[in-house]
Design a protein around this ligand. Structure first.
Ligand code: ZN
Length: 197
């Protein structure tokens, strides 16, 4: 129906999460109407982000540097590590401005149904960080879904021999994503954390 290059653009846009065929068509037609330099800037930003952004070698947050800004910031408290599923959750917690410790990004949640085993997550690196001796508390900030519970209990169990392990309070709705919780709720969830049984 659309001429070949336009159909191709729509196909590519439709592969993005949350973009259905109508949205893809609207975006594609919008892009065609924009000035050349603006479209070029978009295309360059896509490539540059993909090519330059990797993972922090310490905490696995998305970073263009080998070590991210949070890990290399000397004013952050290195005795506390907050464990999150992904970088979006880290960003949500950073927005509260309540937490001044460090992070560890697991890169997902344990989910045997989806073939995600503990080995495919950044768990061994966390155990190494914690067993180094500088860390006194690990806060599990994982959303309370079935996979989240499995992950919290598994990781917590591995870390308990070394440190105090706490979990954030459940102001967060069951199955809810941390990133959708408002900042006040998240700040309260950290404040109200309790020790893992
Ligand atoms: Zn880092």
């Amino acid at each position: 129906m659309y001429t070949r290059p336009l159909a191709h653009l729509i196909e590519q846009l439709q592969r993005l999460p949350g973009v259905g065929s109508k949205t893809a068509q609207r975006l594609a037609l919008h892009i065609l109407k924009r000035p050349d330099d603006e479209v070029e800037a978009l295309a360059k930003a896509l490539l540059a982000a993909k090519q330059q952004v990797g993972y922090c070698s310490v905490c696995f947050h998305l970073s263009a540097e080998p070590v991210c800004d949070i890990c290399s910031n000397p004013s952050r408290d290195e005795t506390t590590i907050c464990v999150v599923a992904d970088s979006r959750d880290l960003i949500a917690l950073e927005k509260t401005r309540e937490y001044r410790g460090k992070y560890h990004v697991l890169g997902g949640l344990i989910s045997p149904m989806d073939g995600i085993s503990p080995d495919s997550l950044n768990i061994q690196s966390l155990v190494r960080r914690v067993s180094g001796g500088k860390v006194s508390e690990v806060i599990m900030a994982i959303s309370p879904s079935v996979e989240g519970e499995t992950t919290t209990l598994y990781v917590g169990g591995l870390l308990k021999p070394f440190v105090k392990v706490t979990r954030i309070a459940f102001g967060i709705p069951m199955g809810g994503d941390l990133e959708y919780a408002d900042e006040v709720t998240l700040a309260k969830a950290i404040e109200g954390r309790r020790e893992l049984d």
